[in-house]
Design a protein around this ligand. Structure first.
Ligand code: SAM
Ligand code: SF4
Length: 333
């Protein structure tokens, strides 16, 4: 196991699974979820740990070697660490990453270190406590900062995810960059996507990756382009003398689809072969109707052979014929 190579119909390698373990969350980031009126999935609709473990092992045998645990907020799922241990020890899985909002994370950092988590992406859109409350609608800034400091202290590779929002956190771009001066951290600025569960995205995005880059360059004229790792969704930059680096993710402009190596499994077991599709295969139903590993594998291969070339094609293929607007908490980011 572990040596298989999986390709899609456009010749792109698929080796990265993003696994949403829950749709629930303890924050209400306004770009991700409406403040009220969210209906969470009944627990029986979520994939069980046994189902997840079976699927991860199956996908690892097909060529998946990297897994990211995400959600909703992964740490609101009971016994999350047990699941992570299982995934880390699955044959063929070489590195396991985690995306978290950091509210409940701090007590688990020793254990994350012990299981050699490859990296943690921490969502943090501002360093201002008041703005944190406005953006996330919860008063949890101090806990998130504690998680950040603990991760750095444990020398766990950290990436900060900051969604750039017109009129909300533009004044945070420079302070977030300052974090890279004395910390070995990657701060990534993400274009705001329409996945807010409200269907009211801007007709035109103000803060595109180009505008974010121009803004940073204006304030840091020494900014240098550095190498982007294979299949990276971020354009990477660094300021000479700073310990960390800066990434800009054109998530709305979708400039990175040509080397996309990732698939997604939602909390209720839908396979997504693109962030912008609305689910191409209900794997949970396949499992629960008694399908064998071989049958599931065949269906997965069929889905990988029909992958849209980019996020625009995926969005136009959606079954509901609506533009993407579901909450990111149901997708996993
Ligand atoms: N709750 C965890 C967290 O916030 O880190 C994991 C799930 S969250 C859906 C994963 C990532 O998606 C976060 O970094 C968040 O900032 C990003 N995200 C959510 N909604 C987004 C949107 N509308 N546009 C861009 N990024 C978004
Ligand atoms: Fe929760 Fe993460 Fe969505 Fe914020 S971005 S509401 S923390 S799932």
């Amino acid at each position: 196991m572990g040596n298989a190579k999986l390709y899609d119909n456009h010749g792109r390698v698929i080796n990265y699974l993003r696994l949403a373990v829950t749709d629930r969350c303890n924050l209400r980031c306004f770009y991700c979820m409406p403040e009220q009126g969210i209906t969470y999935l009944p627990k029986k609709e979520l994939l069980t740990f046994e189902e997840i473990e079976r699927l991860v092992a199956l996908m690892a045998s097909m060529g998946i070697s990297k897994v990211r645990i995400t959600g909703g907020e992964p740490f609101v799922r009971t016994d999350l660490m047990k699941l992570i241990w299982k995934i880390v020890t699955t044959s063929g899985i070489q590195d396991v990453h985690l995306t978290t909002n950091g509210v409940l994370t701090a007590p688990y950092i020793d254990e994350l270190k012990a299981l050699s988590i490859a990296s943690v992406n921490l969502s943090l859109d501002t360093l201002d406590k008041k703005r944190f409350h406005e953006i996330t609608r919860r008063d949890e800034f101090d806990k998130v900062m504690k998680t950040f400091q603990n991760l750095i202290r444990h020398a766990i590779p950290v990436k900060i995810n900051a969604v750039v929002m017109d009129g909300k956190n533009i004044e945070d771009i420079l302070p977030l960059i300052d974090l890279t001066k004395n910390n070995p951290v990657s701060v990534r600025f993400i274009e705001e996507m329409p996945f807010n569960g409200a269907g009211n995205h801007y007709p035109q995005l103000q803060w595109t990756y180009k505008k974010i880059l121009d803004y940073i360059r204006l304030h840091h004229p020494t900014l240098q382009k550095i190498n982007d790792p294979d299949s990276s969704t971020a354009y990477h930059y660094a300021i000479p003398g700073y310990q960390g680096d800066i990434g800009i993710i054109a998530a709305f402009s979708r400039t990175f689809c040509g080397s996309c190596n990732r698939i997604r499994l939602t909390a209720k077991g839908m396979l997504k072969t693109c962030l912008y599709d609305d689910g191409v295969l209900n794997i949970r139903d396949l499992i629960r109707s008694g399908s064998s590993d071989e049958e599931i594998k065949d269906r997965l291969l069929q889905a990988f052979a029909q992958r849209p070339k980019d996020g625009f094609e995926a969005e136009s293929n959606r079954h509901n014929h609506q533009p993407a607007s579901e909450s990111m908490s149901t997708i996993g980011g």
